[in-house]
Every structure is written in C-alpha cells, then in structure tokens.
Design a protein around this ligand. Structure first.
Ligand SMILES: Cc1cc2nc3c(=O)[nH]c(=O)nc-3n(C[C@H](O)[C@H](O)[C@H](O)COP(=O)(O)OP(=O)(O)OC[C@H]3O[C@@H](n4cnc5c(N)ncnc54)[C@H](O)[C@@H]3O)c2cc1C
Length: 555
C-alpha cells in the first residue's frame, strides 16, 4: 500500500532540504516526505495525488512563498485534500505584529504552525508533527480496531455503544448487519438470529445486545465502589470532578468518584478545545479528559461507574447513595454539570440515536459523510459541532431562533463558520417538525418572522439548545436557584442572612452549599462560567475548601 504523503513547500532551497531531511529521518518508514519549490508546483502535485487517490497527511508551507500567499495556498490545497492537516512554517520572534497566521487560523485556512528554526528536533519538530499526525489519523477509518459493532445502521442502542467507544477513545468499526461483511461476521461467530447489535472484541469475546453497563464493564470500569468510607466523594467526572479528584487524591485524601458515563463530561465530547491554557494548537476534549482520568487514577482515586442517586446527612456523616450501595463520606463535592435541554416535538424521541442526537457530533460525524445535516443552537458548542460536521457532511445548516449568532457565539467561531463553504446559517428560524420511519428523513423549518414553513430532507439533527443542571437527585435541603443550579458561598446569603437550617456559627465557605461539608464546582453551580478552565479551577478550589472544612471539623 502507498504510504501517505507529507508535502513540504518553500522557495528557500536549503530550508526545504533541511526540513525534508529532518522529517525523513523520523517518518520515512511510514510516510513519503516530498517537496515542492513553489506554491504552483505544489498545487500541481496535489492535483495529481487527488486524481490518483493518494492520501496526503500533512502539507507544510513556508510563510514566505513568492508566487502566492501561504494562507491562500493552504486554502486551495484544502480544496484538493480536505483531510490533510495544513501547517504554516513561521519565523520565531514575531509577537508584536498582527501576524497573518492569526487571521488564517481564525478562519480555518490553516490548522497549526511550526516555528523556524525547529531545533532541538526532539522538542520543537517531532512532538508537534506527531501531534498533527495523530489528529489527521483520527479522521480516518482506523486500520486496527479493538471492537466491531454489527447491527442496524439506525438504532439508538448502536448509537449509544458508538458514543461510549468514541468517548473512551477506543478504536472501533461499525458494520451494518445487512452488508456482506456484517452477514459474514454474524455467521462466523454463530450469531445469526441473535438480538442486535452485537459487539465483537479483539480478544474474540462477544457481547450480545449489551447494555451501557455491560460495555463499561468490558472497558474495565467498575460499578461497585472499592471504598465504602472515605474523606471525599466526588460526584461527576467532568473537568470539575476530575480536577477535584486529582487534587484530593494527590493531597492524601481517600477519594471516591462516582460517574455513570465514560469520564470526561461535556468537555470529553468537544472536538477541539482551543482556549485551554497551555495548548496553543488546541486539543481534542477526549484527550484532555483521558489524561486527567489517568492522572486521577495514578494518584489513587477510586472511580466507580455508577450514578449518585441521593444524599443524606446522618450523625455528622454525608451518605451518598449509589446503585452499588451507600458511601459514607466526610465531605462531598458535587460536580454533576449540565445536560442538553430536550427538544419537545412530536415523534422526535423515537428518532433519538437514529438521526437525532443531543450533542454527539464527534461520535456521529463520520456517519454523516455526504449527507445534509442540521444543528440547532447558537452557542459555542453548536458552532464547534457545525465546523466538525462540515468536514464530513455535504451541507451543514445551523438553525438559530434569534436574529444573529454573534451575541451568543465566540467571534472566532462565527468567522470560521462564515468562511466554511458548506455551512449555512438560518437565522430567526425554528424546527417545528421531524419525520422519519426508521431514521430521520425530513425536518420542517419555520421562519419566525413571516411564519412560512418548508420541509427539507435531513439525515442528521444535532440538538444543542442550552443546558439544564443535573441536580434532580439532590435533596431539597441543597439550596438552588429557580433553574435548579446550586447556590454556594455568598450566593446563599443574598439577603445577608445565613441559609435556613444552617447549623454553624461561621458562614458557608466559598463553594460550600447549604449543607456544611458539601461543596459544588463547575457548570452545576449558580452563575458558573461554563468553561473547561473555570470548572478545573473550581474543582481544585473545592478541595482546598474540603481541607479547611476537615480542619475545623477536628477543632
Ligand atoms: C460540545 C461542547 C464543546 C465545548 N467546548 C468548550 C471549549 O472549547 N472551551 C471551553 O472552555 N468550554 C467548552 N465547553 C464547555 C465545557 O465543556 C464545560 O464548561 C465543562 O465540561 C464543565 O465541566 P463540569 O465538570 O462542571 O461538568 P460536565 O462536563 O457537565 O461533567 C459533569 C459530569 O457529571 C456526571 N454526572 C451527572 N449526573 C451524575 C450523577 N447523578 N452521578 C454521577 N455523575 C453524574 C456527568 O455524566 C458528567 O460526566 C464545551 C461544551 C460542549 C458540550
């Protein structure tokens, strides 16, 4: 098989040769490292590769091209090889001027940059290039998979399994049960007539129509807590809960984390987080949260795959009720975040997982190749989802109830959307109907100004219309605002009074709820910032306050 291609483009002969040699030494076994001495020559080569079906992985262009601006060259290269990662080579020490790389990255004309000089190689060239390759590789069908799911194309069960495996970062392949390969796999494993979907693991084990819990167990997550008594129970393993777990466990507290899903929370579903400190090229949300999970585990956190179902206080102890039993805990950190608000339309619920998705753009994007898809929502999550889906779908339409996007979406996303040819934004519009037999087929759109309606074909509808706090499991004694978000610290004393039933002399600590020793962090908290960095900051702060609480408890 032909090796995927790196194409390096520069008019500067010695620079081009040096980069080719440095990259060849490391990557030549798996990739062909090729060069072009001008943008025009590079475009001709790319057209030939596109015609022959050759795979181009990386295009690295010098910022000083004579025959075309590098950003324009990379934009045209993208037309020929939409999957290739585009990298601009720029000279160091250009902090002052508004560099073209900034604008080009904001409108999605380039993906990354590399600094010149790129020495030492082991620090400044190979790690970033391997990162670009990892991002490129993620957009392809994996060559080796840990699991194959065989089942009907449109089934909410299969969707759930795909979502779990995507979030866990486990390579898998989905095979339709009606395809030749699907029928053969079922035959080979003596599964004809069995309930579908089935999951075939690399170790030859088979899960027949597994539940979410069965798959989680297969992935190594445990549903019974190892510890029944601990210093702190953290409920939820999104960024806030994972940060709390890392700090609690690393500072010697016995720590249990309860989380029914693949850990990562909302951040784990983000295709690219660009505003997290220290990652100038951005990083996929599942990678960030997988690293955090590793870190929490290495410090000795006990992770239990189960939801918290209740919380009571008895004899000065906090009892967290989980499916596997009670956890007797000195303190609790609630980090249950938010979930997507549901869209109330007749017939929609039966299509969830069969063309209609809440979030889930990462798991389903590849399945949308060549199709017309719709995203409802005007926030950053909707914007990111649309951009990610546009890499695969024929068209992506963002449906927005309001008159413009800029009030609710970051400007870098609005700009990127306006420059992405296959994304269209329909303002002042709402979805008023969905139809489909086995899967979504059409949507009805209504113009909120004139009231005109029209029905359009649609293979996917991604609903991202705001969020609700996940606080339904909590007792009434945890004070909340009108929308259900948890009140903490000074917000509990808006009238200047302590909360009713507050038993202590001191006022509630910064992130403390109306029950002493129970803290809240992240999106679930009243007036939280709703960003990964703030959730992480609050998770860490909550543990500082746990220490303070435990100290005063001992006094
Ligand atoms: C698609 C998308 C893209 C985003 N992109 C960005 C971005 O680029 N930059 C940025 O700063 N922010 C981004 N955000 C926002 C960011 O992800 C959130 O602000 C952040 O994840 C909040 O973290 P959290 O830990 O408070 O809550 P969450 O991430 O919501 O995690 C809460 C966790 O609690 C679990 N849970 C819920 N109920 C229970 C229960 N009863 N028992 C046990 N566990 C429970 C949930 O399963 C979940 O894992 C994005 C959000 C989305 C959805």
């Amino acid at each position: 098989m032909q090796r995927p291609i790196f194409l390096l483009v520069s008019d500067d002969g010695p620079r081009l040769a040096a980069l080719r040699d440095d990259l060849s030494r490391r990557y030549e076994a798996d990739y062909q490292v090729t060069t072009a001495a001008s943008a025009a020559a590079a475009l001709t080569m790319l057209a030939v590769h596109a015609g022959s079906g050759a795979e181009v992985a990386l295009i690295i262009a010098d910022e000083h091209l004579k025959d075309m601006t590098a950003a324009d060259f990379l934009a045209r290269a993208h037309g020929l090889h939409p999957g290739a990662k585009r990298i601009l080579l720029i000279d160091r020490g250009q902090w002052a001027a508004p560099h073209p790389v900034i604008a080009a990255m904001a409108v999605g004309k380039i993906d990354y940059h590399l600094w010149v000089p790129w020495f030492p190689l082991e620090r400044n060239l190979y790690p970033p290039v391997s990162e670009f390759l990892a991002a490129w590789d993620k957009t392809r069908e994996p060559a080796h998979v840990a699991f194959r799911i065989v089942g009907p194309a449109h089934s909410s069960r299969a969707h759930r399994l795909r979502e779990d495996l995507t979030r866990a970062g486990v390579p898998y392949r989905y095979v339709g049960d009606g395809s030749e390969e699907g029928r053969q796999l079922l035959r080979e494993h003596h599964l004809d007539g069995m309930p579908l979907p089935v999951v075939l693991a690399r170790d030859d084990s088979v899960l027949v129509n597994p539940s979410h819990e069965d798959l989680m167990a297969k992935l190594g997550f445990r549903s019974d807590p190892d510890l029944r008594t601990c210093d702190v129970t953290i409920v939820g393993a999104g960024p806030a809960g994972l940060a709390a777990a890392v700090y609690a466990a690393s500072e010697g507290l016995s720590t249990v984390v309860l989380e029914p899903e693949v850990p990562g929370g909302q951040a784990g579903t983000s295709s690219l987080i660009r505003n997290y400190l220290g990652f100038p090229r951005g990083l996929p949300g599942d990678e960030l949260t997988a690293r955090a999970l590793d870190q929490a585990w290495l410090f000795g956190t006990n992770l239990t795959t189960a939801p918290a179902k209740g919380l009571t206080v008895r004899d000065g102890r906090r009892l967290v009720h989980a499916s596997g039993g009670e956890i007797d805990s000195r303190t609790v950190v609630i980090a249950t975040g938010v979930s997507w608000r549901r869209l109330a339309l007749p017939g929609l619920d039966k299509l969830v997982g069969a063309g209609v998705f809440y979030g889930a753009a990462s798991a389903e994007a590849r399945a949308m190749a060549g199709q017309d898809v719709y995203v409802i929502g005007a926030g950053n999550s909707a914007g990111q989802a649309a951009i990610h889906l546009a890499r695969y779908a024929a068209t992506v339409t963002i449906v927005v109830r309001g008159p413009d996007l800029s009030a609710t979406m970051s400007s870098y996303l609005v700009t990127e959307i306006s420059k992405t040819g296959n994304i269209c934004v329909r303002l002042a519009t709402e979805v008023t109907g969905v139809r489909g037999q086995c899967s979504l087929e059409t949507l009805t759109l209504r113009d909120r100004g004139g009231g005109a309606t029209r029905t359009v074909p649609a293979a996917g509808l991604f609903v991202m219309i705001g969020a609700e706090p996940r606080t339904g499991w909590l007792p009434a004694s945890i004070g909340r605002d009108d929308e259900g978000f948890i009140l903490t610290g000074r917000d509990l004393q808006r009238t200047g009074e302590r909360p009713a039933d507050w038993p202590l002399e001191r006022p509630p600590l910064l992130l403390e709820t109306s029950i002493p020793g129970v803290f809240a962090a992240g999106d679930v908290r009243h007036r939280s910032i709703k960003r990964v960095a703030s959730a992480v900051g609050e998770g860490a702060t909550a543990i500082q306050l746990v220490h303070e609480y435990l100290r005063t408890e001992q006094d």
